[in-house]
Design a protein around this ligand. Structure first.
Ligand code: BEZ
Length: 213
């Protein structure tokens, strides 16, 4: 089965083996946010660096109430052997589940295999999933380009802020920077929500300090 998941869709639930035991995806996530990211194959160089980096960033994901899960279409015994290489070469051992998907059931449900790129390897997909299990972000990178997980954290900061306040985040925003009042909020309502005021650059571009910072 192939699929094109779109923003707002419910992330498909699944049951699969992982380096941390059997995972029932939705119940594993519980009330947390989730990041599910795919790897073309085990024992590949770019993936090895990515998994080491995400392991090093685990405290950052924990601080944001995010559970991270990697996935590769190889089997569990390969994952376990590869985990030793990751610990040895990247300085941080895997500290989150790496899902084994040898029958490609999860890869199919999430559209992680792009046949015109490769029939067997997954592309580098990232899905950010909200606590209500809806997909909030999708990213697709080619096998040859490692992802930037600081960007994944930046998007999570934006999503969590915008879920709470009626704001959007501008280009290159990082947590603590000014934000934008969304056009759906009238000036009258904005005055109640942002009593400290805002700067009107254009009527549709109203800049306000980040709420809560
Ligand atoms: C890698 O993870 O290094 C990789 C995987 C497939 C193709 C190219 C690079």
């Amino acid at each position: 089965m192939t699929s094109t998941l779109q923003l707002g869709d419910t992330a498909p639930d699944f049951s699969a083996d992982s380096t941390e035991g059997r995972i029932e995806f939705h119940s594993h996530l519980g009330d947390s946010w989730g990041v599910l990211f795919s790897h073309p194959a085990d024992f590949t160089p770019v993936c090895t660096t990515e998994l080491g980096r995400v392991a090093a960033l685990k405290p950052e994901f924990d601080a944001r109430n995010v559970k991270v899960l990697g996935l590769s279409v190889d089997g569990l015994s390969d994952h376990q052997a590869w985990s030793s290489d990751i610990a040895e070469t990247q300085g941080t051992a895997l500290n989150f589940p790496l899902i084994a998907d040898p029958d490609r059931a999860v890869a199919g449900a999430y559209g992680m295999i792009h046949p015109n790129a490769s029939n067997t390897l997954t592309v580098r997909s990232v899905f950010i999933i909200a606590p209500d299990k809806t997909v909030k972000l999708t990213l697709t990178y080619p096998a040859s380009t490692g992802r930037n997980f600081d960007e994944v954290l930046r998007v999570i900061d934006s999503l969590q802020l915008t879920a709470k306040h009626q704001v959007a985040t501008p280009v290159d925003w990082t947590s603590g920077d000014d934000v934008i009042i969304v056009p759906a909020v009238s000036d009258e309502d904005a005055a109640k929500k942002f009593p400290g005021g805002w700067t009107t650059v254009k009527p549709y571009l109203r800049v306000v300090p980040q709420p809560g910072s």
